[in-house]
Design a protein around this ligand. Sequence first.
Ligand SMILES: NC(=O)C1=CN([C@@H]2O[C@H](COP(=O)(O)OP(=O)(O)OC[C@H]3O[C@@H](n4cnc5c(N)ncnc54)[C@H](O)[C@@H]3O)[C@@H](O)[C@H]2O)[C@@H](O)CC1
Ligand SMILES: [K+]
Length: 490
Amino acid sequence: MMLKILSGNQVKALDAAHVKLKRISSLNLMECAAAGFIDWWKSKNFDKNSPIYVFCGAGNNGGDGFAIARLLYQSGFHIQVYKCFGDATRLSPDASINFKLLPEEIRLKSWQEFDFANGGILIDCFIGVGFQGALRTEAQEIISSINSFQGKVISVDIPSGLPSDDMLEGVCVKADYTVTFAFPKLSLLFPEHGHYTGDLALVDIGIWEEEYLPFESPYFFLRKKDISGFHRKYSRFSHKGDFGKVLITAGSVGKMGAAILSAKSALRTGSGLVNALIPESERHIIQISVPEVMCLFDLPKDLTGFDAIGIGPGIGFEKKAELLKSLFEGYSNPMVLDADAITLLGEHPELLSQIPKGSILTPHLKEFERILGKTNNHKERLGKASDFCKKWKLNLVIKGANSVICLADGRQIFNSSGTSYMATAGSGDVLTGMITSFLGQGYSPEAAMICGVYQHGLAGEIAGKGKRRGTIASDIIDAIPETFVRLDIS
Ligand SMILES: NC(=O)C1=CN([C@@H]2O[C@H](COP(=O)(O)OP(=O)(O)OC[C@H]3O[C@@H](n4cnc5c(N)ncnc54)[C@H](O)[C@@H]3O)[C@@H](O)[C@H]2O)[C@@H](O)CC1
Ligand SMILES: [K+]
């Protein structure tokens, strides 16, 4: 089971159901959230001498802030609490209790008294998922002031002012870190909001995934613990044939690197046999760099012997629409379509209905728009992707930070692995090889995408750790085997 991403409106009902099931009070849940925040805090080793300013609103997000202030104070940090509400404001019941529990030694002031030219750490507990309607004038002022703060900003649950499920329209806190509770709020995963969210951390507050079952949502969050359940188990009697025979159609004159990267990735992901369909004139390049690959120069008449086919990286466009057509006519199992193959589909929409059902398209943003048209933002993109997948019974991977796996049944799964160091030429070719390989090993399209996308991100993290911005696609391939080790997959 994967973690469901609920809407901000569903949070209250989830909390209420949880509190009832576990026979705890909502105050306990708030304490659990604050304690979870402290665990994250400890992992960051922030300077003990740094002044800490906790900005609290009047709702439960503010309540989290009072509890966090108390716990940090008890751990020996220098804390000041700033109220973002007037004296006449009524606090939420749990915020009110935590407000009264603040140790007397903690200085309590109004936000107007704060000198935003200060350094240190500001913890933003002003507004959480209870944000509704348009931001009131004073709240805008508070948020703009927080954004002029010179030190680090940590937002609790969500940057104040960011709607939990929609695109940002007004101002919102620009956080260096966002520590979110239970599940990542949808809007924290939109690329447009990366600038506001900063580094994202998820804190478990004890709500089991089963407790999400009664709540409807098409969105899921993919984590390390989910992956092993999607893998096939091999025995000691397994032979080369069990690991699949795949055909990679990639590369053209001057772009043979794409073929090398995809084919090598398929091998490193475990394919038993990799055939590469390439121009004959270019055979030496691939045979020298990846001797394990067998080359084909014409599309075989009978394609049924291949367990999976991946097509697109670097193929160019000349006579390639015909090639796609022949593939679709001769092969009825799901295949992987990437890069130039997607651009061709954009130019020949009449081919969409001929793609084998369950196939996987892996566009980056520009390629996405070539088949689905222009989109103004990620929210719109997710909607268009969902309609497209359901209409054509196809799957999509929208590549980027938190790549989204869009399934033909409408579910959309956000990946959690990866690093910005993977934004490098050929990184997508690696993903094509990995997903094709898993398909060829007998995985369902869903399992192949899940394992491929997650492990591609993990391989990028492993490669990026030592190489940072110097990471190249070949480093990601070299790190693929280590992903099986880290996930304890044989
Ligand atoms: N399962 C969970 O997610 C849990 C949630 N908790 C916390 O509770 C929060 C939700 O608490 P609430 O529902 O009380 O709401 P919030 O505290 O998120 O928001 C309510 C506050 O925001 C202000 N506000 C709302 N819309 C505004 C607008 N347009 N302009 C200006 N001010 C506005 C309200 O006046 C009120 O002070 C979560 O974000 C989280 O921090 C935790 O305490 C416990 C567990
Ligand atoms: K907040």
